[in-house]
Ligand binder design. Structure first.
Ligand code: BES
Ligand code: MN
Ligand code: ZN
Length: 498
């Protein structure tokens, strides 16, 4: 969607719909203001005085000034208390307001930028978060809706700023918000796609198309190449599927000029039935989202291509479908990975770590300054952290600090989990170099320890099993895929200093 920037007092446009945020403790003062159109200000003062609108975070009210002020419709959104207000509050407020607008069938929408007068927040960041909230909140997945009922009515979006002085920074923020939201919504589309619509072959085609449209290099390895590269784990996980596997390589920039190379790896299981260690049927449909790590990497690569940072970024996706079949991988089988290390397969449902083992080995060819993998890897991680944060493990404190900081700014929280020797002990095998499960306890950590055996340094693993999709709508995300990881990776790249 096209987003325009308009400089002038908020609410001065006649007959449009405008989103305005109000803090809980703020009372609009009497008199004129350079920020908001005077009649509208007077009108909102009266509404505030009535006490119906409290300004709580996420609170939404629709007002019809009916000639008392220029806008035809005002969507008032609560910003909560000033002292707890942050960029995430901005996104939430924007998301709640835009959802209301879409419900009302609004076609032309304008919005104030939230938080511009809050100490410690940069105008550019407020603009970015406002736009992210609007575009992410407006998202719906309706590729398979034949009646078009759920689609958004929005045709134009205008962001309002009161003063020209800030317009350069704000324009940059709007652009950044547009780019990260587009990357995130692409990731959501890929993750929400049903398993039959997006097998590895189609996931690769989608990556190739994205790359062609955004000037990225793209190499797709088919079965023959995957076998030639000796990615025995990727072949094994896909062995029970009628669909062929793919290994996707996306590349932004060159390793020249002493630029650092960052490698992002996304788990790309387009459907995870569990294989021979088959999952219970209840909720199995959610396993179409088991390529959310891949979706995040593809979405982030798109955003990075638009932002043009001075780094070299490689995106890797091992893509497979995990199915039971006469030719499928079996418990007890031993497989050999790209690195030559062998794995005893105890449970074919612990397939993500297998395909990641090959990808982590492949990543080392780039001599990377950092490797980050994202994977819907374990139910145990959801038990540990719920849906509030992704689990973070790794072998380098400094990189973990960077990832954690990027997640904080981007509104995609991660939380550190340990990789102690005990977890490595749990995955010792009597017949191979390592086995793919570590027993009942500490499932997220034994999975992380398994990956550590195949990773170079520095490396970070993000277990996004609890954050990649949601079964209840959130302030700026409907039920289904969240697109988690895109904004974090983009923020990390933006802040990257060699
Ligand atoms: N894709 C699943 C993990 C998962 C579970 C993601 C729930 C999202 C929500 C993964 O492949 C898996 O099946 N993991 C097993 C590992 C076990 C067999 C050691 C798990 O977590 O149960
Ligand atoms: Mn599994
Ligand atoms: Zn899986």
């Amino acid at each position: 969607m096209q987003i325009d920037l308009k400089i002038g007092r908020i609410g001065s446009e006649i007959d449009t719909t405008v989103i305005i945020g109000l803090f809980k403790e703020d009372r609009l003062e009497e008199g004129d203001s350079p920020v908001m159109e005077s009649a509208l200000r007077r009108y909102l003062r009266e509404i505030q005085a009535m006490g119906d609108f409290k300004g709580d975070g996420g609170e939404v009210a629709v007002l019809y000034p009916r000639g008392l002020a220029p806008p035809g419709r005002v969507i008032l959104v609560g910003l909560g208390k000033r002292d707890t207000f942050d960029l995430e509050s901005v996104r939430r407020a924007s998301g709640a307001a835009v959802k209301k607008a879409i419900k009302l069938g609004v076609t032309e929408l304008s919005s104030a930028i939230h938080g511009l007068d809050v100490q410690g927040l940069l105008p550019e960041d407020c603009a970015q978060a406002t736009v992210e909230g609007l575009l992410l909140g407006a998202y719906s997945y309706d590729d398979f809706k034949t009646d078009g009922a759920d689609g958004s009515s929005l045709e134009s979006l205008t962001v309002l700023i009161p003063r020209r002085a800030q317009s350069r920074d704000i324009r940059a923020g709007i652009e950044a918000g547009r780019i990260t939201a587009a990357g995130t919504n692409l990731a959501r589309d890929l993750s929400n796609a049903p398993g039959n619509a997006l097998p590895p072959r189609k996931l690769a085609a989608a990556a190739r198309k994205m790359a062609a449209q955004n000037g990225l290099k793209c190499r797709i390895l088919t079965r023959k190449h995957i076998e030639k590269e000796r990615m025995g784990a990727l072949i094994a996980v896909n062995a029970g599927s009628e669909e062929p596997p793919r290994f996707i390589v996306l590349e932004y920039g060159e390793p020249s000029d002493g630029r650092d190379t960052l490698v992002f790896i996304g788990k790309g299981i387009t459907f995870d039935s569990g294989g021979i260690s088959i999952k219970p049927s209840g909720g199995m449909e959610e396993m179409k989202h088991d390529m959310s790590g891949a979706a995040a990497v593809i979405g982030a690569m798109r955003a990075i291509s638009a932002l043009k940072p001075a780094v070299h970024v490689v995106g890797l996706v091992p893509a497979a479908e995990n199915m039971p079949d006469g030719r499928a991988l079996k418990p007890g089988d031993v497989i050999t990975t790209l690195s030559g290390k062998t794995i005893e397969v105890i449970n074919t449902d612990a397939e993500g770590r297998l395909v990641l083992a090959d990808a982590l080995g492949f990543a080392e060819r780039y001599n990377p300054a950092a490797v980050i993998d994202l994977a819907t890897l374990t139910g145990a991680c959801v038990v540990a952290l719920g849906h509030a944060a992704s689990g973070m493990m790794g072998n380098d404190e400094a990189l973990q600090d960077r990832v954690r900081a990027a997640g904080e700014v981007a509104g995609e929280r991660v939380w550190p989990l340990p990789l102690w020797k005990e977890y490595h002990d749990q995955i010792k095998s009597h017949v191979a170099d390592v086995k793919n499960t570590g027993g009942r306890w500490g499932g997220a950590l034994t999975a992380g320890a398994f990956l550590e055996k195949f990773a170079g340094r520095p490396w970070v693993h993000l277990d996004i099993a609890g954050t990649a999709y949601t079964d209840t709508a959130r302030p700026y995300c409907p039920k289904g895929a969240t697109g988690v990881g895109v904004r974090l990776l983009v923020q990390l790249v933006k802040d990257w200093k060699p």
